[in-house]
Design a protein around this ligand. Structure first.
Ligand SMILES: O=C(O)[C@@H](CO)OP(=O)(O)O
Ligand SMILES: [Mn+2]
Ligand SMILES: [Mn+2]
Length: 558
């Protein structure tokens, strides 16, 4: 028997239902107050869905172990969220896999580490990555583990190229992380390892672009890290952070520090990357390291002028793209996500349309499909990317491309060419990360209007919808005490929260094609977003594979 064949659902007929799957990025559920941008925004469509509770609207988990992260304190993120949504099962994710590999010491015995270790006797080890304890792309304690382990394994010269965060952690917290890193590097120097910070920059402006939105971001990183060139040169990273902020307090924050290099007393960069060196990008998450990985690895490369292409031993913390085998060498094996819902669908003749704008396009395709690039089937699938605005912080244009995404989805639904139309609406998340509450309110309104456009099209064709989110963000824009009170900073202003949250997200089903008897089960109170994939299979008239997390819906008698 074809193991890809999904069995017909015993109670839900497969009758060519057209299904819209809408993911609102960064849209959680939290108590209503002035710092809940979704609550303050006029969101009539999402509000109306809530009226369907408990049978057709409920909350599901989108953080911590429910999405494969180490602890209940780990907020969700797009990678683990879309992996869970698309794969319908919970995989141990990068953060956890790296933790285990460091704890057991296996990371230092693996092929990847052995490969870079060859460079230790004569070359420098460069560590490049996001410096914070956000746990979304990287974690500070993992960098510390890597530093200690590398020194213990013979690294004599280490250079750290930092990317400041302020997006998964509070803005301004980069200073504390750099102070701690400087202490750790001093400890290494006391042990005879020549260890220094060599360059830096803010994650949104240096290195960590994604989905080829803007190669200039990667180039700025390359120039500083590899060539040792940047418009800003300082004797220390702390000096860089303080001076660059003081020069331009309105524009410069942790996410957007301009690139800088650290120089010695003669003004020479302390750590350009040269032939014979080893380079490790210590982010475990893929999307924002793939572009840099290509620049470090590909012989043929034309995205920008690298000027110099050093012969290095390069490894990623994880392999970032299994399909492209990028990078070839890595310290920890990524989760092997297979048999995703999208792949099942093509094997069962389901025609899928997927769409978002650039900044989230890979979320609803690459992450959704288990970190796999490209289509499963040219004949049955179409993925559309709407170009995102470039070079701006999204609070300047908070509506982003919500309308365009809504229109594309609407047209795809009305065309009759697709059984499933899947979109990601980025607004709540991308604007939420700017910490600009007013703009985030506008963002949420734009996303809500796009949902409306999609639901109207579903209505017209007699279809079904499932609306949900990948994790929280816009529903809570302020740092809170344990009892939920907003926390003030030293100047008496509330501390703005730019990060994701641990709050649950809504899921709603409906549409004229949904039988009246279908409702949410009540026996899955702890369900999470991994339960959505089986639900979509049921909505299309299929049983889900046995090892998928259970479907959220049931068919009531009568
Ligand atoms: O912007 C990103 O890279 C992350 C936050 O670090 O957000 P998301 O997981 O929503 O993509
Ligand atoms: Mn997201
Ligand atoms: Mn986000």
């Amino acid at each position: 028997m074809d193991s890809w064949k999904l069995l017909p659902h015993p109670k839900i007929e497969k009758k060519g239902q057209r299904l819209a799957v809408v993911v609102l990025d960064g849209w959680g559920e939290h108590s209503p107050d002035q710092f809940n941008a979704i609550h303050v925004a006029a969101t009539p469509t999402m509000d109306s869905l809530k009226q369907g509770a408990p049978d057709r609207w409920r909350l599901i988990k989108a953080h911590g172990p429910a999405v494969g992260l180490p602890t209940e304190d780990d907020m969700g993120n797009s990678e683990v969220g879309h992996n869970a949504l698309g794969a319908g099962r919970i995989y141990e994710q990068g953060a956890k896999l790296v933790d285990s590999a460091i704890a057991s010491g296996k990371i230092f015995q693996g092929e990847g580490f052995k490969y870079i270790k060859e460079a230790f006797p004569n070359g420098t080890l460069h560590l490049i990555g996001l410096l914070s304890d956000g746990g979304v792309h990287s974690r500070f304690d993992q960098l510390q583990g890597l530093l200690r382990g590398s020194a213990a394994n013979g690294a004599k010269k280490i250079r750290v190229h930092i990317l400041t965060d302020g997006r998964d952690v509070l803005d301004g917290s980069s200073v504390g992380f750099v102070e701690q890193l400087e202490k750790d590097l001093q400890d290494l120097r006391n042990q005879g390892v020549d260890a220094l910070i060599a360059s830096g920059g803010g994650r949104m402006y240096v290195t960590m672009d994604r989905y080829e939105n803007d190669w200039n971001v990667v180039k700025r990183g390359w120039d500083a890290q590899v060539l040792g060139e940047a418009p800003n040169r300082f004797r220390s990273a702390l000096e860089a952070l303080h001076k660059l902020k003081a020069e331009n307090p309105k524009k410069v924050n942790d996410q957007y520090y301009p690139p800088f290099v650290i120089v010695d007393e003669s003004g020479k960069a302390v750590g350009p990357i040269r032939d014979g060196d080893a380079v490790v990008t210590f982010n475990f998450r893929a999307d924002r390291m793939i572009m840099a990985a290509k620049a470090f690895e590909y012989e043929d490369f034309n995205k920008f002028d690298r000027v110099r292409f050093p012969r290095i031993r390069y490894a990623g913390m994880l392999q970032y793209d299994g399909e492209l085998k990028l990078p070839k060498h890595y310290l920890v094996s990524p989760p092997q996500i297979e048999r995703t819902s999208g792949e099942y669908f093509v094997h069962n003749g389901i025609r899928t349309f997927a769409c978002s704008e650039t900044v989230k396009f890979g979320h609803v395709t690459f992450f959704w499909n288990g970190n796999r690039s490209g289509l499963f089937s040219e004949a049955l699938e179409e993925y559309i990317e709407i170009p995102s605005d470039q070079g701006i912080s999204f609070n300047q244009k908070p509506r982003m491309k919500a309308k365009e995404i809504g229109e594309k989805a609407r047209d795809a639904i009305l065309s009759g060419k697709f059984d499933v139309v899947r979109v990601n609406l980025p607004n709540g998340d991308m604007v939420g990360h700017t910490g600009d509450i007013k703009a985030t309110i506008t963002a949420c309104e734009a996303a809500d209007s796009a949902v409306k456009m999609i639901l109207n099209a579903v209505q017209q064709v007699g279809g079904i919808y499932i609306v949900t989110a990948d994790h929280g963000n816009a529903e809570d824009m302020v740092k809170r005490s344990k009892t939920g009170e907003p926390i003030n900073d030293a100047n008496g202003n509330v501390q703005i929260l730019t990060s994701h949250t641990c709050w649950p997200v809504p899921v709603a089903v409906g549409g004229p094609g949904l039988a009246k008897t279908i409702r949410f089960r009540k026996d899955l109170p702890g369900a999470g977003i991994a339960n959505v994939a089986a639900t979509t299979m049921n909505l299309l008239g299929f049983e889900a594979p046995e090892d998928y997390e259970p479907s959220l819906i049931e068919v009531a008698d009568g």
